[in-house]
Design a protein. Structure first.
Ligand code: IMP
Length: 471
């Protein structure tokens, strides 16, 4: 369905926006603002779904995390791996924001920008970084690596990008924000960071030299100038003017620092609630939520994983190979296991995802039967709610239901009625259990390999502006 893009965008002043009267939006005609989140441990295939949905929105906003994320988008003969910049940047004319909830390493940002430009993706005047986002300093990555080494077998298995130390500095009120790059306080802030972390790094610490860090910061400040803005104000003005915004979650519910498998989590709020604090848009202005659920489960890094198929188990190895389950950011092989509905139900509740996109269903094509975990048995008791206590989760044994497989190719299918009956039943089974609608089914990595199953719900979510991919 074609739509006419409106152009209600205001230009983004560098760093500080002078006060301007806000227009109230008329809620009856307003576009929908939607948050998209991962329903497992990340790597659900969010990049592809954002790429599919973003033409129906005017702006895409990332609200948490940093370059620990990895979103892959494939279409025609092109392949993009994005870590910081929202996947919406691949939609021509789309405005993209790196929100205040993010931690951003400037060099990684410039690198991504360069590779986008080299691929002919124009980013001029449509890519913004919040002046309140935190700068991820190189020293944080050094600390991250040193701590993981020190933890040995008890390590979190982080992406080693410095995400934890960057958020730690933020919460300790000792971080350096984008706006600080332009402030006379910068040197003092850097001295503070360095004196706090230098003892921990000892002779290993290379990024703790304040003089050279200051030179790098000055250079970043200059190069970041065209992008840095009061994005909280910008996004609210866009919404006032009737634009619709897609909030792009990174990672997934179980990596959320509050709701995930703590302490084996990332350090930000990857759930729908994070969209508000991480962007400066009130929860009352966000109208809907869509989840992305992979047809089986994967996890990178350490921590409990009840349905895991241990390395060497043929079904797990098969999922890893066929699903190409190797990290976009680190290249690490992902741990693989059967779909866990205890987790999916939990994600459904925390994020209020009445609508979900089911990804990688084609990876299940070769199984005679497919297991789905419907509950856990913990200390002899059957449990359907996701436990908070790590010990209980480690003792959880999955209670499986076994569904008939379809043992037939579905890769590339674009119409629901062309799926084998057992695959259609599998989708219906998930919808029933989750009391949610599978609006999209992804049957392959390419943009074109998609079934739009519930067009009506998607149109509701996007106020009728969804462009379905060409068949
Ligand atoms: P950190 O975010 O680098 O601190 O890593 C904390 C945990 O989150 C580790 O288990 C990582 O493997 C995991 N993690 C972080 N980002 C992603 C992601 O985008 N996909 C999957 N796992 C992630």
């Amino acid at each position: 369905m074609a739509y006419a893009r409106q152009a209600p965008f205001v230009s983004a002043p560098i760093c500080y926006c002078p006060g301007a009267p806000m227009r109230r939006r008329d809620k009856s005609t307003a576009m929908s603002n939607t948050v998209l989140t991962g329903m497992q441990w990340g790597d659900e295939g969010k990049g592809k779904i954002i790429d599919l949905l973003s033409p129906a929105f005017d702006a895409v906003v990332r609200y948490q995390g940093g370059n620990n994320a990895g979103h892959t988008v494939k279409f025609s003969d092109r392949h993009f791996a994005l870590h910081l910049i929202p996947s919406g940047i691949l939609t021509p004319g789309m405005h993209c924001v790196l929100g205040n909830g993010m931690v951003i390493p400037p060099d990684a940002f410039f690198e991504e920008l360069e590779s986008l430009r080299a691929s002919g993706v124009e980013t001029e005047e449509r890519l913004w970084i919040s002046d309140r986002a935190h700068v991820l300093l190189p020293i944080y990555a050094e600390v991250d690596k040193a701590r993981e080494l020190q933890l040995g077998t008890g390590r979190i298995g982080t992406t080693a990008r410095g995400i934890g130390p960057a958020y730690e500095a933020k919460i300790a009120r000792q971080g350096v924000r984008m706006c600080d790059l332009y402030s006379e306080r910068l040197e003092g802030l850097l001295m503070n960071v360095s004196s706090r972390l230098r003892p921990e790094l000892g002779s290993l610490g290379r990024g703790s030299d304040v003089a050279s860090l200051l030179i790098r910061c000055r250079d970043w400040a200059e190069r970041l100038k065209p992008f840095v803005a009061d994005t909280g104000r910008l996004i609210n003005e866009w919404i006032d003017a009737g634009s619709s915004v897609l909030f792009e979650g990174a990672q997934g519910v179980l990596l959320d620092v509050d709701h995930g498998t703590y302490p084996f989590v990332t350090s930000s709020n990857a759930t729908a609630g994070g969209a508000s604090t991480g962007s400066g848009v009130a929860p009352t202005r966000i109208d809907g939520s869509i989840g992305v659920l992979k047809a089986y489960t994967t996890r990178v890094g350490s921590g409990p994983f009840p349905t895991e198929l241990a390395e060497g188990e043929p079904d797990g190895d098969f999922l890893r190979r066929r699903g190409n389950e190797f990290g976009t950011t680190t290249g690490r092989p992902r741990r693989c296991g059967w779909l866990d509905l205890v987790i999916a139900r939990y994600a459904r509740r925390v994020n209020d995802t009445e609508i979900f996109a089911l990804t990688k269903i084609d990876v299940l094509d070769r199984f005679e039967s497919i297991k789905v975990c419907v509950a856990y048995r913990i200390d002899g008791e059957e449990v359907r709610d996701f436990p908070s206590d790590l010990g209980r989760l480690e003792r959880a044994e999955p209670v499986y239901e076994e569904l008939p497989g379809w043992n037939q190719e579905t890769a590339g299918t674009t119409r629901f009625e062309d799926l084998p009956e057992n695959a259609r039943d599998y989708v219906a089974y998930l919808e029933d259990d989750l009391e949610a609608s599978a609006a999209v089914i992804s049957t392959g990595p390419r943009r074109e390999e998609t079934i739009v199953l519930d067009q009506a719900r998607l149109e509701q979510l996007t106020r009728g502006r969804l462009q379905t991919p060409p068949p």
